[in-house]
Design a protein around this ligand. Structure first.
Ligand code: NDP
Length: 483
């Protein structure tokens, strides 16, 4: 095993054609390390090796596959403190958030280890006498995994674990601003003596290495999480090669707070949903749709909650909100604050750069009131610690507002009425619905995904993942005995 931050290609750690510095967003003077960048030749080497290794892996006994995944999961869980600290250092989420992400990543591996042993097919009588039918699943082959920076380990793992569990090879391109978590995970996977090339880590820019990966005829499937424009590009490239795709993209989730809401729950869900992980979650509630009778109380308590949030270095004890992950994201956030004001919104608190003992991308959490649902800030994903409040006069107006978006990942409602909660569950046009809970926060054993521009292709997570990571084969057999 190498200690250098290389790519892991065809079972070997290899230097790239050049290196980039990985900088801590909480402290720009802290260089976490230099990380290799692959070239297209190395990417192709990984893809060629994956082809051979996948055939071997598909023949490997179930218990070997189960043990490999279980070991990876257990090691992640056992080391969640150390790996969570590294993750928080490079991405900027707080140390407890980083630790939680690694722990959850371990649970994804242990869950899919068990799924290795649950690959049970179906059988049926044929409509033709003397003929039997069986339906089974087979791996799709080589899966390209392209993951984002906001959940550097978890998003990658909820793709890598099922890909391996169902017998596929993986070529993984992580987001280029979070390579340390990628190398750390790869070092754990490497210990499992998988067939050489079954799992490769190929670091480099999305625009070159990522683009070449998704266009390659050597891949059979792409699982992607990131922005809508890149997702669209992947869909176009995939059609050309008939590559299977699964795209998880942005969203514009709304939390509706009704006149009968428990206000303690409403405030906790609004604060957590908007500012958790510095607002950089595809499940964040950046739209807060509030009934007029509770509007002023909710806004007052929300502003109070935002003002009390401790913004600071991700690794400092007591920090509740870390920095924004990158300068580009921070600049985009300030643009959106400006736009909200320009459109007529009132920024009641936050939205400003703040200085701390170390130089970093620190921004105060922002609450904007008086906004309309057709404004830019309520149409586009913000990915910022920024929440826009939309006042409504009724439940029906709230539901219509929640659904008036081209996205559809999660939607939440805070209400004490069972009838309203049920109506909302039935009529919210999203993949996930949260009742008296924040819009963010999902489990690992049930499906995750959305509608509209949020998701495209089969669902991720739980048993539903097999729809993407396997092909279905139907076999007809006759005993050959004439009757
Ligand atoms: P991108 O969609 O650009 O990045 C996501 C991943 O795709 C990264 O690994 C990136 O690599 C890779 N990538 C970029 N271009 C290509 C390409 N042409 N072909 C293949 N892969 C590519 O998102 P950004 O990081 O630029 O974030 C921009 C916005 O996207 C955010 O503000 C947010 O709104 C949204 N987003 C949503 C996420 C979600 O969870 N739904 C996650 C991340 C972003 P590299 O990093 O090297 O460019």
């Amino acid at each position: 095993m190498t200690t250098a931050n290389y790519n892991f290609i065809a079972g070997e750690w290899v230097a790239g054609y050049h290196e980039i510095a990985n900088i801590n967003p909480s402290d720009l003077s802290d260089t976490i390390g230099m990380y290799a960048q692959a070239d297209i030749g190395q990417l192709n080497q990984a893809l060629e090796a994956a082809k051979t290794a996948q055939l071997q892996w598909a023949q490997t006994g179930l218990e070997v596959r189960y043990t490999a995944l279980m070991n990876i999961g257990n090691e992640l869980i056992a080391n969640c403190e150390e790996l969570g600290t590294l993750l928080a250092r490079e991405e900027g989420k707080t140390q407890p958030e980083g630790k939680g992400e690694i722990y959850r990543s371990g649970q994804f591996f242990t869950y899919y280890a068990a799924e290795v042993l649950r690959q049970i097919g179906e059988n049926a009588e044929s409509v033709r006498p003397g003929v039997e039918v069986d339906v089974r699943r087979e791996p799709v082959g080589t899966v390209a995994i392209i993951s984002p920076w906001n959940f550097p380990t978890a998003t990658a793992v909820w793709k890598i674990a099922p890909a391996l569990a169902f017998g596929n090879a993986v070529v993984w391109k992580p987001a280029n601003i979070v390579p340390a978590s990628a190398v750390a995970l790869t070092r754990i996977i490497e210990k499992q003596n998988l067939p050489k090339g079954l799992f490769s880590l190929v670091m480099g820019p999305g625009s070159t290495v990522g683009q070449a990966l998704i266009e390659s005829p050597l891949i059979n499937a792409v699982s992607f999480t990131g922005s809508v424009p890149v997702g669209r590009g992947i869909a176009k490239a995939a059609v050309g090669n008939f590559t299977k795709i699964q795209l998880e993209m942005g969203s514009k989730n709304a939390l509706a707070v009704m006149d009968d809401a428990d206000m303690d729950i409403a405030v906790a869900c609004a604060v957590g949903g908007a500012f958790g992980s510095t607002g950089q979650k595809c499940t964040a509630s950046s739209r807060l749709v509030v009934h007029e009778t509770v509007h002023d109380e909710l806004v007052e308590r929300l502003v109070d909650g935002a003002n009390k949030m401790v913004v600071g270095h991700a690794l400092e004890a007591g920090t509740q909100m870390g920095p924004v992950a990158s300068e580009a994201q921070l600049m985009q956030n300030f643009e959106n604050i400006k736009l909200a004001k320009h459109e007529g919104g009132e920024v009641l608190c936050g939205g400003e750069r703040v200085e701390r003992a170390t130089e970093g991308y620190f921004m105060t959490p922002a609450v904007v009131t008086g906004t309309k649902n057709d404004w830019h800030v309520n149409r586009e994903e913000l990915f910022a610690p920024m929440v826009c409040v939309i006042k409504v006069a009724s439940y029906d107006e709230a539901l219509n507002t929640v659904n008036d978006t081209r996205f559809g990942l999660t939607a939440g409602i805070i209400t004490q009425s069972l009838a309203r909660a049920n109506d909302f569950r039935r009529n919210a046009k999203t993949g996930c619905v949260m009742i008296n809970l924040p819009t963010a926060g999902t489990d690992y054993h049930v499906p995750f995904g959305g509608r509209g521009e949020s998701s495209y292709g089969p669902r991720e997570q739980g048993q539903y993942a097999k729809e993407f990571y396997t092909h279905v084969k139907t076999t007809y057999s006759s005993s050959g005995i004439a009757r």
